[in-house]
Design a protein around this ligand. Structure first.
Ligand code: SAH
Length: 404
């Protein structure tokens, strides 16, 4: 039992403690029986079962469906600047031990719930940190978190909390310098030995899709002599690896002209053969249809669309979008062609994604085999007690040629 009457508490309804006992960090509003002590937004509360037994220390978020996000299941733990220091140091240790970060100075340093820091994202781009405070609790401890991060030997810390999910937490969107110098408009980083120019101030997410690092490396292995179509190319991540992998030609499509301008810079930075490379500013859904009508075909197609669904509830609409582009891509593949297909929608499980791609193959009247299953890079670890942390999944497939 929590002794001190000064402690602000959340008492759960009977039987609603199960997920916390399994160390899942979310308390939904429907599980809350009583709020004691009038906690302010983001303030630390003790979550207790209906009999008053301690379950965890968490951050209170009065307007969110996720009413509390648990910082710690240890009753002895004090949520303080030191707590954030320890959690961030552990996250750093895990990244530094990972051999997969060779020749790389851009990586996710803190992956929110999966690193025991709900709602906090920290990405490192060489000497710069880009931070997102996505929950009331993370926002409440902003000053302390920035203070810990400022000790990591970086030039500056930039906030990119200009994301819609903040509104669910009763927070407004914001961005700007939090500490140190104003970052230059373009930052150069190294990924697997390649150079990338990144716009952390106005680029998508925190500037770069760090989660695809290992998958870009996989793609490189498949590209020798191939005609590659890279759909949703953003700043050319997969394009650079495809050209470096010896592709015969690469055509990359995105609807954002700003992303394509930076993508072109990235190909130049790595001194890749520009004569084999083409950019197309277009809507992928329309471009694929046009290619189909023109009877075009490719040896390898990458589909890495934006998030179509954040929640399981939006999964059905998202499924239609995934099926549409996968069907078109399978049709555009030559026999024996390779498909790298991804979904970063949290609401679409790997099983469901595989079913969608299977449905697309059936409609395309093609036999398709899975060669590899892909996931987010290991600097985006998944805590076993928080499976929601796994959001990116991909399949490497081959369109079977007719039997010889
Ligand atoms: N593969 C990229 C990340 C892709 S992010 C990488 O490795 O870096 C998704 C991209 O899809 C964004 O750049 C966005 O501008 C683009 N996009 C979103 N909807 C689109 C559409 N309908 N047609 C073309 N591009 C689109």
């Amino acid at each position: 039992m929590i002794g001190s009457s000064l402690v602000k508490k959340i008492i759960l309804k009977p039987g609603r403690e199960k997920s916390l006992l399994q160390r899942h960090p979310w308390v939904f509003s429907g599980a809350v029986e009583k709020v004691i002590g009038n906690p302010e937004i983001g303030e630390t509360v003790a979550v207790c079962d209906s009999a008053g037994h301690f379950l965890g220390w968490g951050a209170y978020s009065p307007s969110s469906q996720i009413r509390v996000r648990v910082w710690s299941f240890d009753e002895e733990e004090k949520i303080s600047a030191e707590f954030f220091y320890n959690r961030i140091q552990t996250a750093l240790w895990i990244r530094e031990k990972s051999v997969l970060l060779r020749d790389t100075n851009a990586y996710r340093l803190v992956h929110a719930e999966s690193d025991g820091l709900p709602g906090l994202i920290v990405d490192r781009y060489s000497d710069w940190l880009v931070v997102q405070f996505l929950s009331a609790g993370a926002n409440y401890w902003k000053k302390e978190i920035v203070s810990v991060l400022s000790e990591l030997g970086v030039g500056g810390i930039y906030e990119r909390s200009d994301v819609e999910v903040r509104r669910l937490e009763g927070l407004s969107e914001t961005r700007g310098v939090l500490w140190g110098k104003e970052p230059p408009s373009i930052i150069r980083v190294k990924e697997n030995g390649f150079q990338f120019a990144i716009d952390i101030q106005t680029g998508q997410k925190t500037g770069f899709y760090l989660d695809q690092r290992v998958n870009r490396e996989r793609l490189q292995e498949y590209c020798q002599g191939k005609d590659v179509l890279n759909c949703f190319c953003y700043t050319g991540g997969f394009t650079v690896y495809a050209l470096a992998g010896g592709a015969n030609s690469v055509l990359s499509i995105d609807s954002s002209d700003g992303a394509l301008a930076l993508a072109d810079e990235n190909v130049k930075l790595n001194q890749l053969p520009e004569e084999r490379n083409r950019w197309l500013e277009a809507d992928v859904f329309l471009a694929l249809r046009k290619f189909r009508d023109e009877g075009r075909s490719f040896d390898l197609i990458v589909l890495d669309p934006p998030k179509f669904a954040s929640t399981a509830a939006q999964a059905q609409r998202a499924a239609r979008g995934y099926k549409d582009i996968n069907l078109l891509a399978i049709k555009l593949l030559k026999p024996g062609g390779i498909l790298f297909t991804f979904s970063c929608s949290g609401g679409i499980t790997p099983e469901l994604f595989q079913k969608i791609v299977a449905g697309a193959a059936i409609d395309a009247r093609a036999d398709v085999q899975i060669l590899e299953r892909l996931y987010q890079s290991p600097d985006h670890p998944v805590l076993l007690t928080f499976p929601e942390g796994e959001y990116l999944k991909g399949l490497v497939c081959i369109k079977r040629p007719t039997d010889h």
